[in-house]
Design a protein around this ligand. Structure first.
Ligand SMILES: C[S@@+](CC[C@H](N)C(=O)[O-])C[C@H]1O[C@@H](n2cnc3c(N)ncnc32)[C@H](O)[C@@H]1O
Length: 248
């Protein structure tokens, strides 16, 4: 991918996709055992789906993301909802927080995109206090990921985000710091047609949008056709992996 990681995640209407994760964000917040004043870190918070919910649940929340564009949208959403929380620009591979600063650490489809998984896992553990909670979601490798490959998209740079949905791999990353539990869930998005759904995905999934912009016309047309065939009749369903942890 050309451009910085922050560039890749900026400029898309990601909030339209973020909204469709509402039930997943609810599930993550429920897993964090939030009470009044629980200090929650939402890692790679995007437009703030988890951060806003955790604040509503009574937590004192910090959201961090590498994209200033995503953070600006999160801040706008928080202001519009009359909620107070802190949003910081930064990289989850090098969190600008003290050891054990948080009672709970969450990341919805966020930390999985960092290229150095070991550093990321170490950072998630470092900032979480003993007995604190962790909740993280990852997409499982599925038919959509196969369609991506058919369209010509592969994760050629950095680590494979789907690794975070493999139990043995996650145990190797986080198992020495957390007692872990694994759950699964489903996500479904529907539109009136494959074309309508493609319009949403191609403009609102930031890495897909960035990748399309780099392709030749021929490659883009090929990819579009692969996706349109796959999305027929206007539905995309995916499974995700929910990693729950209690810090030792
Ligand atoms: C799919 S979005 C998820 C956003 C949000 N957690 C949600 O559930 O809606 C992925 C987010 O990860 C952020 N991100 C990617 N790499 C990152 C990194 N190394 N450090 C911090 N944030 C990162 C992106 O900017 C983007 O906002």
């Amino acid at each position: 991918m050309a451009g910085s990681v922050a560039d890749v995640w900026s400029g898309a209407s990601y909030e339209r996709i973020g909204e469709t994760y509402a039930s997943i964000h609810d599930r993550i917040v429920a897993a964090l055992a939030i009470g009044r004043g629980t200090r929650v870190l939402d890692v790679a918070c995007g437009t703030g789906g988890v951060a806003l919910r955790a604040t509503r649940a009574g937590a004192t929340v910090t959201g961090i993301d590498i994209s200033a564009d995503q953070l600006a949208k999160a801040r706008r959403a928080a202001n519009a909802a009359g909620l107070e929380m802190q949003f910081d620009e930064g990289d989850c591979q090098e969190l600008p927080y003290a050891e054990a600063e948080f009672d709970a650490v969450a990341s919805a489809f966020g930390a999985i995109f960092a290229s150095d998984q070991e550093r990321t896992a170490t950072e998630l553990a470092r900032v979480c206090r003993p007995t604190g909670r962790l909740a993280l979601t990852a997409w499982t490798s599925d038919e959509w990921s196969t369609a991506n490959v058919r369209a010509g998209r592969t994760y050629s740079e950095g680590a494979d985000p789907y690794d975070w949905a493999r139990e043995a791999h996650v145990r190797a990353l986080l198992g020495s710091a957390f007692d872990l539990e694994f759950q699964t869930g489903g996500w479904r998005i529907e539109a009136n047609s494959a074309t309508e759904l493609w319009e949403l995905l191609s403009t609102s999934m930031p890495p897909l949008r960035a990748w399309l912009a780099e392709q030749s016309e021929e490659a883009r047309k090929h990819a579009e056709q692969v996706y349109l065939d796959y999305l027929e009749p206007g539905v995309l369903e995916r499974n995700y992996f929910l990693v729950l942890g209690t810090r030792r």
